[in-house]
Write a protein that binds this ligand. Structure first.
Ligand code: C2E
Ligand code: MG
Ligand code: MG
Length: 362
């Protein structure tokens, strides 16, 4: 109360929440100064029964007439998005902004829904074959996540991964689930006599997390039957480049576990040749944007050609993604790329459809 002015109102709403009603303030200048004073007052240590107590507060601010609402709604607005102030850390205040509030609420609802989806087992992996165009051999499959939303049906990763990737803990939880599921599936296929490898997409955060390699090792130990070279991790070229020394260190530790790496979406991240030499990757995966137009766009064709030669020069494998037609496949083969993946060969499919596809594949 000592930090407030005579006309201001301080009310105890219940529990640990209080409301301040401040009148006649100039939003631009007066408000922050007053709030700083309030924060400072709250932060002053209290001595109670001989012990020092420290309190902090998260403050959410709603302004009238900017947030044009009645008294109850003003209070609700201030209260509703309190989590924003709390997220930003204690001892902060946050101005209510209807637009960002709407977005934040939408994002929060989405995240809650996705958390539930993970708990309920609504995520599934589909698998897309990778083949050798030279002899038709199926060399492996790539695991691609889908969300089987009971309301909206099967959703592609573009519809939900961006939300998940914004929250590191969730990204890790989902990443762990993907790796564990893909390995369990691979083990099942190996038992059934299907001899191929499984590729799993790993996000940058996931790869760079301090526990990644140890977790991976523990997971592999739970599947002693699976030859480790049958697991391939796909890392976005751009992800590897964000912290190259770190990426190299992590990938080398994984390579010691005999796990292999592919650089995904290759060509979109401007790897320098020095980097490429240092990264312990087995395979360059030509980004589908170049493959798609290679038949009509000489520049894209030149890039595809260039990546294929680069891979040969550095003694790496090369695979093309987004191979949609036979013509694409033939053109790639002529340029020296035998490995391919794309709708022209097969769309990603549920694991149980794969044996039938393999029987029919010519
Ligand atoms: P990506 O790893 O580059 O996967 C290839 C994407 O291209 C997949 O899209 C696949 O369905 C699609 N695709 C395959 N063949 C063709 C084709 O011939 N034409 C066209 N137009 N598209 C084709 P999807 O499944 O929507 O996945 C998108 C991206 O989401 C993936 O790109 C990958 O970066 C990410 N992603 C998927 N699953 C996971 C996952 O489990 N973990 C992480 N971290 N990321 C994932
Ligand atoms: Mg991939
Ligand atoms: Mg890709």
């Amino acid at each position: 109360k000592a930090a407030l002015r005579a006309d201001d109102t301080l009310a105890h709403l219940g529990g640990d929440s209080f409301a301040l009603l401040l009148t006649d303030i100039d939003a631009a200048q007066g408000c922050p100064a007053l709030l700083d004073r309030v924060q400072a007052a709250i932060a002053t240590p209290l001595t109670v029964a001989g012990s020092q107590l420290h309190a902090t507060a998260s403050i959410r601010v709603s302004l009238y007439p900017k947030d044009n609402a009645d008294g109850d709604t003003l209070l609700r607005h201030a209260d509703q998005a309190m989590f924003l102030a709390k997220e930003a850390g204690k001892n902060r205040y946050h101005l209510f902004d209807p637009e960002s509030d709407r977005k934040a609420q939408c994002q929060r609802r989405q995240l809650e829904r996705l958390r539930l989806a993970l708990a309920r087992g609504e995520f599934v992996l589909h698998y897309q074959p990778k083949v050798d165009l030279g002899d038709g051999r199926v060399i492996g499959v790539e695991a691609l996540i889908r969300w089987q939303d009971p309301e909206r049906g099967l959703l592609a990763p573009g519809a939900f991964l961006p939300y998940i990737e914004a929250v590191e803990a969730m990204e890790r939880a989902l990443g762990d689930w993907v790796l564990a599921s893909a390995l369990a599936q691979l083990e099942q296929w190996l038992h059934a006599g299907l001899q191929f490898s499984v590729s799993v997409n790993i996000s940058a955060h996931q790869l760079m997390h301090a526990d990644f390699v140890d977790d991976l090792q523990r997971l592999l130990e739970r599947h002693p039957q699976v030859p480790r070279e049958r697991l391939e991790l796909e890392i976005l070229e751009t992800a590897a480049l964000t912290d190259l020394p770190r990426a190299i260190a992590v990938m080398q530790r994984c390579a010691a576990l005999v796990v292999r790496f592919a650089l995904d979406d290759f060509g979109t991240g401007y790897s320098s040749l020095t980097y490429l030499r240092k990264l312990p990757v087995d395979t360059l995966k030509i980004d589908q944007s170049f493959v798609r137009d290679m038949l009509v766009d000489p520049d894209d064709r030149a890039i595809v050609d260039g990546v294929i030669r680069l891979a040969a020069a550095f003694n790496r494998h090369v695979i093309a993604e987004g191979v949609e037609t036979i013509e694409h496949g033939l053109a790639l083969q002529r340029l020296g790329c035998r490995l391919a993946q794309g709708y022209g060969i097969a769309r990603p499919m549920p694991a149980e459809q794969l044996p039938a596809w393999l029987r029919d594949w010519q």
